[in-house]
Design a protein around this ligand. Structure first.
Ligand code: CU
Length: 205
């Protein structure tokens, strides 16, 4: 997978297209390509993603975050309960084991922006901060990715959900973010978080 991403980026670089890869280091951690999904107007919530690698010999934990555009930042996981995907705040933080890479991605661990103050629009860069138990704080920028593009790419590769994913129109967009979810009661998933996994590599254009 990494090779695919690299070659895609190289190809784009060669063509002179700007690429969205960006990377941060704090302590023994590397944070690769933080991004957020674009949101519909007046969406109350948004999702953020990144890849965190622990190059050290001790486990660390992603314990909190803040942003300049949302009231609250939480760290969430997706879990299957009675055959239904739900999301859940990880109260103790997300462990980043020594020598391992943890991917925050749609359908899995993610950063949840709650109380969005502004719409997140494609290609914006939005400031935030993440806190680790040992490595401490680091300011990062989330590149905002067009949610529609993310879906189109994943539709090609995710067979389980492909049909629903491909059938999205403008009127349907709201279903693709967390708008309809009830966080306090861990409402049933109604959006398409599960289907974006393959968007990251190909969305660099
Ligand atoms: Cu969430």
């Amino acid at each position: 997978m990494k090779n695919v991403i690299l070659s895609t980026l190289l190809a784009l670089t060669t063509l002179g297209v700007s690429v969205s890869a960006h990377e941060y280091k704090v302590g023994s951690l590397t944070i690769d390509h933080p991004y957020a999904r674009s949101t519909p107007p007046s969406s109350p919530v948004g999702g953020g993603f990144m890849t965190i690698t622990n190059n050290g010999t001790e486990a660390d934990r992603l314990i909190a975050g803040t942003s300049t555009f949302a009231d609250t930042v939480e760290i969430h996981e997706m879990i299957m309960v009675d055959g239904v995907m739900k999301m859940n705040q990880i109260e103790d933080g997300l462990e980043i084991p020594a020598g391992k890479t943890v991917e925050l991605k749609p359908g899995s661990y993610h950063i949840m922006f709650i109380g969005l103050q502004e719409q997140l629009k494609p290609d914006e860069r939005r400031k935030g901060l993440v806190k680790f138990e040992k490595a401490g704080d680091i300011e990062i920028e989330f590149l905002v990715k067009d949610i529609a593009k993310m879906m189109d790419h994943s539709a090609m590769t995710d067979m389980k959900h492909g049909e629903e994913t491909m059938d999205h129109s403008a009127a349907d967009e709201n279903k693709h973010d967390h708008k309809e979810m009830d966080h306090s009661e861990m409402g049933e998933m109604k959006h398409d978080d599960m289907k974006h996994e393959h968007g990251a590599a190909k969305d660099a254009n």
